[in-house]
Every structure is written in C-alpha cells, then in structure tokens.
Design a binder for this molecule. Structure first.
Ligand code: UTP
Length: 472
C-alpha cells in the first residue's frame, strides 16, 4: 500500500469515529514525523474507540449489580484448629519446596507514574528506609538475595516498567550494580499504553505528531508479560508462579511459603492477600464473591449500604480489603493470552498535558484509561484469599505526608522491626502511649521473618531510647 493510500485509510477511519483532529497539523509535519504519527494511529485499536465512548465517556458511572455480591471467605493469618494446622504445615512445606526448586519468581509492577508522591524518577528509586535510607528497589533486591541464599536457589525478578520510565529504571539498576543480584536474573519489560481522551471522548495530542498516552494500568501486566517474552523466559527457567507486588510496598514478604503453598494445594490460578478494612469505605478494593467467583470491587463502587453492613459480632460483612499482593500461575497468563482476552477498562479523570486545536500547550481535565490486575481474578479457575496483618505486610507509599505516606511507611518499618524483636525477647524502648521510641531497620539478610531473630540474639545490641539501629 502506498503512503498516500495508508494516509487515506487512516483519515477515513478517524473520520468515522470523530477523531479527524489527530491529523489537524499534518501539513506542518515533515515526512518522518508524518510517518511516526501514522504509525501511532495505526497502533491504536480504533475499533475499540466506539466501545470506550459508550462505556467510559457517555456512561461514565459504573453501576455494579450488587444484588449478586456475597462476602468472600479467606484463610486467617493463623490456622483455626488442628485440621487447619495440618494444612498450613503442609502448605509451608510445599511453598518452601517450590521456592527452593526455583519455581517461584518475584514480579514487581513499577510502571506507575507516582504522581501523588511527586518524585522525579521511578518510584522504586525513592529512599524510604528509616535508618539506612535504602530505596524501595534496594529493599526488594536485598530480600530476593536473602531468599536465594536461604533456599540455595535462583529467584528471578521480573520488573515491569512503562515506556516513560523504562530507560531510567534500567539505568538505576545498572548504576547500582543490580543491587548485588546477577543481572541475568533481572528481566525488565514495558507495559502498553492507552490514549488520553478529552471529556467528549476525543483523543488528545501531546504535540503535533504525538498522541497523548498513559501506561495502561497494572492490569496491562498480564498482556505485557506475554508480549515481552517474560513468560517465555519463565518457561525456559522452569518458573511456574509469579509473586506479584507493587513497587510502593516496603513491607512486602515476596516469598511467603504459606501463601504459595495454600495457592497450590487449592489448585488456584491467581490468589490474593487481604487485610481487614479499618473502616467501611477505606480506600482499598473489596473482596466479594459474584456467582461464586472472587472479584475485587473498588471502594467507590461498593454501595454504602453494603460497605456499612455488619455481622452480629459487629465485624463488617465485606471486611476484606485487597492489598495488591497476588500469586499468579504462569500457565494462567499463557491461557489468557492464548484467547482474545481483555480486562475491562476503568476511567480516571486527571489533569493531562496536551495541545489544543491551535497547537498551544495546555493542561486540562481529561480521561485516563487503565485496567486493573485484580479484574483477572474471576477469570481464574480457582482463587484463594489469605488474610494477613497489615502491620506485617502492607505499607503503601502513595503520598509525601499524611495517610499512606513516606512518614507512615518509615514508622511501619520501625514498628514491624520492634514487634519482631520483642517477639524474640528483645527489649525495645516505647513511649507511654506504646509507640516505639527509636528507629529500627532489619535487613533481610539478618531476618526474613521474626523466627530468624531468635538465632541472632547475641548480635543484637542493647536498644536505648532515641537509638537508630540497623541490623544486618
Ligand atoms: P498506583 O495506583 O498507586 O499508581 O499504582 P501510581 O501511578 O504508582 O501512583 P499515582 O496514582 O500516580 O500517585 C499501584 C502500583 O501499580 C503500578 C505502580 O507502579 C504501583 O506499583 N502501576 C500502576 C503500573 O505498573 N502501571 C500502571 O499503569 C499503573
């Protein structure tokens, strides 16, 4: 097809969908920029635009059919009764075996823009730990290295970035010598993008020959794993399970034998960890069952009446909040990608930089589209939920200050270290209100779980009021 014919086809297809403005500056572009713009438009799945318009622009409010919602059930953090004790013991043994035979890989989604944190660069490079000021990437890498040593195995690490932060992320790993990991075992890949829309559904231009796009959400990981060759790499290495986590959770326990073991014993394809919500409308996804399948319903989509509903013991009926920690089978990702699979898109109204009809740079409210990984849960043949303690595993760094912030994360790192030390019999100074009165940080090489501390008591100094202690 000649360049002119390609142009005419694209122009016709845009016209049919009310998107001809994408070619408004055509006459001002040189040949290379024209080709570049045409390629971007061809990469857009224009057939989907009508669907987006109908579902996300004209009818922006999602109304779930809550008549079908029933509360999800979960495994509790500690086994209830002898039968469950036996199952947990078996799960832990199986989980350890799977880790030590190299069947489990770490998988961090690090393609977000981290706008709320307001940090220049990939969020994983944010310095967060309270004593040594280690970055999030460093903390995860230390933990992967410690697990590899403990189990005498190789734990590969898959790192998903966006197109926007891929180069910076790879460069950060390189300049930090892969944080001591073997670079062969760290696999970077990029997620896809989706176009930004104005409130009327017109695709925005970032400049005269560039479509304004954003990363396609953490749900994009399930396609990107396949398209990037990460799944092929897993297959070659014999990896069967991905331990999925978010780049902003410094307390993540990446290789949890109990979680992995329960997931496998119950023949699950994708499983999740949950915490008990602190309040009915806490800003976390809610685990529900719909037609017997585990789903996560966003807090904003759960009607107040359901969110507030209580059991006779006053606990919330819909009490389990999602903390974005999953085990995902490699074969599940393969199965999804073998068919015509697409996760639903969600819309978010955000400030977007773009050019107006005159070509001037402006910033205005627009629509960003993204998919969420938890929307894959109902596609799984089975799905396990393991409840965990927030103080042990969930400290999201979303904001500079306030809720889910740098401050709260640093405090939670200290608090968890204090809990572990006290459990092992070490005295930790506390204020009269019970809060910890020192800064503490435990390196994964020192302890991956509280049980590891008992063997190292002789290496722990006396901890005094106001101390800053790093145990490594
Ligand atoms: P968030 O929803 O917190 O978004 O991502 P964010 O982009 O990091 O932060 P804000 O909203 O701009 O402040 C949760 C996790 O999902 C990843 C993020 O990197 C984070 O680990 N994510 C999010 C992606 O990998 N890709 C995306 O497109 C979106």
């Amino acid at each position: 097809m000649s360049a002119q014919e390609t142009y005419e086809n694209v122009e016709k297809s845009l016209q049919e969908r009310g998107q001809s403005h994408l070619l408004a500056f055509w006459e001002q572009l040189d040949a290379d920029r024209r080709l570049d713009l045409l390629a971007q438009i061809q990469r857009l799945d224009l057939t989907k635009i009508d669907q987006w318009m109908a579902d996300l622009v004209k009818k922006p409010t999602f109304t779930p059919n809550c008549a079908n919602f029933t509360p999800a059930t979960s495994y509790s953090p500690d086994p209830a009764g002898p039968e469950q004790q036996g199952k947990y013991a078996k799960a832990i043994e199986l989980g350890r075996e799977l880790i030590s035979t190299g069947k489990v890989a770490a998988f961090v989604v690090a393609g977000g823009q981290g706008i709320r944190l307001g940090f220049d660069g990939p969020k994983g490079n944010f310095h967060i730990s309270p004593v040594r000021n280690r970055t999030l990437f460093q903390i995860f890498a230390d933990s992967i290295a410690a697990v590899s040593r403990k189990y005498r195995t190789v734990c590969p690490w898959y790192v998903m970035t966006s197109r926007l932060n891929y180069d910076r992320t790879v460069e950060i790993f390189r300049s930090n010598d892969y944080y001591g990991l073997d670079e062969k075992n760290v696999f970077f890949f990029q997620q896809g993008t989706l176009p930004n829309l104005d409130p009327d559904g017109r695709i925005l231009l970032a400049d005269k020959n560039t479509i304004a796009c954003s990363p396609d959400g953490h749900g994009g990981s399930l396609k990107a794993l396949h398209q990037s060759g990460a799944i092929e790499d897993m297959k070659n290495r014999g990896v069967e399970f991905l331990s999925y986590f978010q780049v902003d959770n410094a307390l993540i326990n990446i290789f949890d034998p109990l979680f992995i073991g329960l997931h496998v014993l119950d023949n699950a394809e994708m499983s999740s960890k949950a915490v008990i919500k602190t309040r009915p409308k806490e800003k976390v996804g809610n685990f529900c069952l719909i037609d017997g399948k585990v789903n996560v319903i966003e807090y904003s989509d759960l009607p107040d009446e359901l969110a507030e509903r209580r059991n006779s013991d006053q606990s919330l009926v819909f009490q389990f909040g999602s903390i974005a920690i999953h085990i995902i089978n490699r074969t599940f990702v393969e199965r999804l990608n073998a068919g015509d699979f697409a996760l639903p898109l969600h819309r978010a109204v955000k400030k977007i930089h773009h050019i107006d009809d005159q070509g001037n740079s402006v910033e205005s409210d627009g629509i960003k589209l993204e998919s969420f990984v938890f929307d894959a849960l109902p596609l799984a043949s089975n799905s396990v939920i393991l409840q965990t303690r927030r103080s042990e595993e969930f400290a999201p760094t979303k904001n500079r200050t306030g809720v889910d912030s740098v401050e709260t994360t640093r405090q939670m790192i200290t608090n968890r270290a204090a809990d572990w030390l006290e459990w092992a019999g070490v005295t930790v100074p506390r204020k009269s209100d019970g809060s910890v009165d020192c800064l503490l940080e435990i390196a994964p090489s020192f302890a991956l779980e509280k049980e590891d501390i008992r063997e190292k008591l002789s290496q722990i100094p006396e901890i005094k009021l106001g101390d800053s202690i790093y145990l490594a």
